[in-house]
Design a protein around this ligand. Structure first.
Ligand SMILES: [Zn+2]
Length: 364
């Protein structure tokens, strides 16, 4: 917990200084992510082109392709959503899932594959399996840094474990699912979270790939191809695959590019901003070859959405660079950098967090 650490360090200093520093630290600490308990899962399947469809639930989306020999499915999103999909595949198409192809390991995209394990092979980048490994048993809740710090902080009785009773009812849930993120962390299903389980992340429902690749892989099923291209080591993850279905003119990009503004503080704690920009430029060039570009969040678009994303980040970087050169503080830049040009974009209320992320990319 950043707040606690800074609080301890500052014990003995003047009260006013403690107050200012703690307030500053609280602004920096991530908040516990929540899902309203009355949120109704909305599950949809929409035809894109040829054998390709987009499947969505609330804020998340994936793509699948139907062939005469079975289905190639990208991210399964969650156990409940995948269970629904499996039933829809049986009634609509009458063929099973033969391949599940992962965009990356994150819990809110890769969960639920187990549902298809009776018929499918699972493909992911060679860097994926390491993320599913457990840290040492000796890992404690104090070792949790970054986005899951608020989960570690739920241990209000201070016994070094997060009990189910300590988690709020509206704690974040899997996409389109009643299952909570708590179940995702609780790998051994004993109803308590250890430091090791929280550091690993909510990955209990990620079914590991049995086929991995390093640079590029092409699979053919029923005459339809799917390609996975590794887009390199970057902040969002180091196992990200750009997934394309060339026979249906469809591309799927998940999380490192979206058709809304970048998510919150942009994973700055992992660094690798230049790797991210390289992945974006590679994807932008590839996307120009495709008519339909789907992302992990929101409606299907075109390559031009990728260009807008790149330009936004370049403009944001230029703004923060000039703020730094002018001697502005981060707080001043969060006030003054508006990115008004993007005021109609989803995620516009995250611009101040994007400024914070960019500031860290440029100065850490
Ligand atoms: Zn992700």
């Amino acid at each position: 917990m950043k707040v606690n650490i800074i609080g301890k360090v500052l014990v003995g200093l003047a009260f006013a200084q403690v107050l200012v520093s703690v307030t500053y630290a609280q602004e920096q600490a991530p908040a516990l992510r929540r899902t309203p308990i009355d949120q109704v899962p909305e599950w949809t399947i929409t035809h894109i082109n040829g054998g390709a469809y987009q499947a969505t639930t609330n804020a998340h989306g994936t793509v699948f392709v139907v062939t005469s020999e079975g289905i190639i499915l990208a991210d399964p999103l969650s156990f409940e959503f995948a269970t629904w999909l499996k039933g829809e595949f049986a009634t609509r198409f009458g063929v099973p899932v033969k391949y599940v192809v992962y965009s990356h390991y994150h819990w809110d995209h890769a969960s639920g594959g187990e549902v298809f394990a009776d018929t499918a092979q699972f493909i992911g980048h060679a860097n994926l399996p390491q993320y599913l490994d457990f840290p040492p048993e000796s890992t404690t809740l104090l070792d949790v840094v970054g986005q899951y710090e608020p989960v570690a902080a739920l241990d209000v009785n201070g016994n070094g474990l997060v009990e189910l009773s300590e988690a709020p009812l509206d704690i974040q849930r899997f996409p389109g699912s009643k299952q909570s993120i708590f179940e995702g962390f609780d790998a051994n299903k004993d109803g308590v979270l250890t430091g090791a389980e929280v550091v690993r992340g909510p990955l209990s429902y990620v079914y590991p790939p049995n086929i991995t690749y390093t640079d590029e892989i092409e699979i053919t099923l029923g005459g339809q191809r799917v390609n996975l291209l590794w887009v390199g080591d970057m902040n969002h993850s180091s196992d990200t695959s750009l997934i394309t279905f060339p026979d249906d003119d469809v591309m799927l990009i998940v999380d490192y590019i979206s058709f809304r503004l970048p998510n919150r503080e942009m994973d700055y704690e992992l660094g690798k901003f230049e790797g991210w920009m390289t992945a974006i430029r590679t994807t932008e060039e590839e996307a120009k070859k495709y008519k339909f570009v789907a992302t992990g969040h929101g409606p299907v678009g075109t390559w031009e959405g990728v260009t807008v994303w790149r330009e936004y980040l370049e403009e944001l970087r230029a703004e923060v660079e000039s703020g730094i050169a002018a001697g502005q503080s981060l707080a001043e830049m969060q006030q003054s950098i508006k990115m008004e040009k993007y005021s109609e974009s989803e995620g516009f209320d995250w611009v101040d967090e994007n400024v914070l992320g960019m500031y860290h990319f440029l100065t850490d």
